[in-house]
Design a protein around this ligand. Structure first.
Ligand code: HEC
Length: 96
């Protein structure tokens, strides 16, 4: 797979992650690792935000923001995002 295709697949992966369609090339997010890195990292500077605090779309945006602040790798960012979005309740998802 060339670089452009890989980048496209990764970009699409971030956008489609909450529908669980990301399964290409070993890029399947590790939700358990996401939970661990979230607990270890995301309360260094502030209290943990509940998954229901932000819409799924706002989480994608915010994680790109916090990725820079927290100095996360791409994999850690994807894993945390997968953990957060998978923790949303169906009721919460319907509202947004
Ligand atoms: C290095 C410090 C730091 C770390 C680590 C950090 N944050 Fe933040 N976060 C901030 C600051 C400062 C703000 C206030 C908004 C701003 O950046 O202007 C913020 C704001 C937020 C917000 C509010 C919306 C937004 O984007 O501004 C959310 C949600 C959030 N953080 C989630 C997280 C998550 C999830 C993690 C773990 C991946 C994390 N943060 C790790 C410093 C940090």
């Amino acid at each position: 797979m060339n670089k452009t295709v890989k980048i496209t697949v990764m970009t699409l992966g971030v956008f489609f992650m909450n529908t669980g369609t990301l399964a290409a090339d070993g890029k399947v997010p590790d939700i358990a690792n996401g939970a661990k890195v979230w607990a270890d990292t995301c309360m260094r500077c502030h209290n943990l935000r509940a998954p229901s605090d932000l819409s799924s779309r706002a989480w994608v945006y915010s994680m790109n923001h916090m990725r820079v602040r927290a100095g996360l790798t791409g994999k850690e960012t994807r894993d945390i995002l997968a953990f957060i979005l998978s923790s949303k309740t169906p009721e919460d998802k319907e509202l947004r």
